[in-house]
Design a protein around this ligand. Structure first.
Ligand code: ATP
Ligand code: MG
Length: 393
């Protein structure tokens, strides 16, 4: 029996005039993400996207797995294609295709959608006939229209007639590429990969920036970041990662700045450098994994000082979440196990014993002036390393 995947678009239906643009981007994202599986036709009609394998060997489980991570899809399901668009064919296909699920259910109902108004039977008739046929084949079943174990869906569309069971919940959100570009400051920790995922969900296309301080941080720490981004890319699509050489700047902070301001100055310089990279790469905002009050550099006062260093919007999608909520998402997107691998981040190499939780901006700016960081920033910017991040398939 021929099977396809039917996906329903989510929030993008709400987008009025922009709808076409959202839908086109979504189709493009789906095609891109399935490309390596073989030839697949992807087309949209009436808020439903049909994904039709063109080769025998295409693994539909894998197609569904990938579809489940594409933002802009509210629900999706595998569906059987009826041999022809006729009631007989529906009546034959429905009990056959869903046999296993019908066998184990106690109650069911049939729902029919008829978007092809030329089809000679109306929805209630389709439901009645299909329900009757199923009851004949599975006499143990009862119809329950309120709370059935199984909903048998019949869809009569322009392209054909389809049968499917329960639809699964998709990734939600809006299609990546419709919300502009932003740069995620990515460490090897738990939080920033989650922050990246959350902004991609709002349609943002990502560029990644990572600060490395060899020899204080190792090559393996950077590889860990690459591994995390490959996981994120399963949702966000492929992206560029820029590694910033940060050693000279960090050593200078240690040498010339007051210890209780180490971290905040480091974070401000990260923002300044990131802003430069972001502008150069056509990004309109920065993204960090900060969460209010989580550590000394994330108090409201410290965040105000960090913010003052950047002249573009800084998105902090985790700001109001607690650690467990963040960890739950990191499990869901499968970054947690990688995040807890024990490699040093540059943030942890020169940590002060007593960091300021209520930093004073004027004092920071004085200290930064003494550090004479401008040339160092230029040097760092001239020595960026580019790594292309492919989604982990
Ligand atoms: P994470 O779990 O993301 O590492 P964290 O709770 O450890 O976050 P910090 O170390 O204070 O918090 O970092 C705050 C944010 O600063 C991170 O979420 C990330 O966006 C950014 N950041 C920290 N270290 C780096 C780095 N080496 N390169 C790029 N960005 C970084
Ligand atoms: Mg960290």
């Amino acid at each position: 029996m021929k099977e396809i995947v039917l996906a329903k678009v989510g929030e993008i239906v709400l987008k009025g005039l922009n709808r076409r643009q959202f839908e086109d981007q979504l189709l493009k994202n789906i095609r891109n993400c399935l490309k390596s599986l073989g030839s697949v036709e992807v087309k949209a009609a009436q808020s439903t996207i049909s994904i039709v394998p063109q080769d025998e060997f295409i693994d539909l489980d894998e197609v569904c797995e990938r579809i489940s991570r594409i933002f802009g899809i509210a629900t999706y399901s595998r569906a059987a294609v009826c041999d022809e668009k006729s009631l007989e064919s529906v009546l034959k296909t429905a009990p056959e295709y869903l046999a296993e699920q019908l066998e184990s259910a106690k109650t069911f109902k049939v729902e029919a959608k008829r978007s092809d108004k030329k089809f000679p039977f109306k929805s209630p008739e389709i439901c009645r006939e299909t329900g009757g046929k199923i009851l004949q084949a599975f006499p143990h079943l009862k119809v329950d229209v309120h709370n059935p174990d199984l909903v048998v869906n019949v869809e009569i569309r322009d392209f054909g007639a389809y049968i499917h069971g329960k639809a699964l919940r998709g990734a939600g959100g809006i299609p990546v590429g419709t919300g502009g570009n932003a740069a995620i400051l990515i460490s090897g920790g738990i939080d920033s990969p989650v922050a990246a995922y959350m902004m991609a969900k709002r349609g943002i296309r990502l560029t990644a920036i990572h600060f490395a301080s060899p020899p204080y941080t190792s090559e393996r720490a950077e590889q860990k970041v690459v591994k995390l981004l490959k996981k994120v890319a399963r949702y966000s699509g492929n992206m560029n990662m820029y590694t910033v050489p940060f050693t000279e700047i960090q050593e200078t902070i240690r040498k010339k700045c007051p210890e209780d301001y180490f971290t905040i100055i480091m974070r401000r310089l990260m923002m300044k450098i990131s802003e430069r990279i972001a502008r150069d790469k056509k990004c309109q905002a920065l993204i960090t994994g900060e969460s209010l009050g989580q550590v000394a550099s994330q108090t409201i006062g410290a965040i105000a000082c960090t913010d003052a260093a950047a002249n573009m919007p800084v998105f902090r999608p985790l700001i109001g979440m607690d650690k467990q909520e963040i960890i739950d998402i990191s499990y869901k997107i499968d970054t947690f196990e990688t995040s807890i691998e024990p490699y040093e981040d540059c943030c942890t190499v020169f940590t002060p014993k007593h960091p300021r939780t209520k930093p004073v901006l004027e004092r920071i700016e004085d200290a930064e002036a003494k550090g004479e960081f401008d040339e160092m920033i230029e040097r760092a910017l001239q020595n960026l390393k580019l790594t292309f991040i492919n989604r982990e398939d």
